[in-house]
Ligand binder design. Sequence first.
Ligand code: FES
Ligand code: FES
Length: 213
Amino acid sequence: MLNRRPDSADQDRRALSRRRFLTASGIGAAGAAMLDKAIPDLLASPAQAAEDAALGPGPIAATLHVNGGSRQVLIEPRTTLAEVLRGSLDLTGTKIGCNRGACSACTVWLDGVPVASCMLLAIDIGDRKVTTIEGLAQGEELHPVQSAFIVHDAVQCGFCTPGLVMSCAALLDKNPNPSLDDVKAATSGHLCRCGTYPHVFAAVLDAAATRKG
Ligand code: FES
Ligand code: FES
């Protein structure tokens, strides 16, 4: 079918820009339900695709709301949130492992929801609030999940730890009384090459019990 005229479905497929793909797929750590919600937005109208293409290629001035403050940054449109956090903002607690949405090491919160920051373009963040591992503790007081990770020795090399902590803390905010299966589901997208999973599960259940007091 080499000479077939393009139909509207072909045009829709071409309108699937890298930017929109990243926007939708960045929510991987937040679960399949959110992904389902985002998929219809993948197919941009030609007009929207043209609007997307108008940004850049040079750096664009933007304000990012991170850890309770506002930071002015110059962002190249191709730059991911993870890169801006670790680069311009020097928040290196967020780790980049696979850089393609497969390991969840780069998990941060966007308006309180865990997201894979390597799969979001920084210029798409807008006014949404970003929380990184540096913003989780209240001053000197660690978040209960952070304390429980220490008590339960849930850290080996530590590379996956910030992302795991962000997902586990978000779980407890949403569900203060999680079951073991709830914890496994919340951490299912996280890869830990050191195999700390049993310690992580015990830590999160302990943190939940401590919070209940
Ligand atoms: S670095 Fe983002 S998911 Fe692996
Ligand atoms: S503690 Fe090393 S990868 Fe998880």
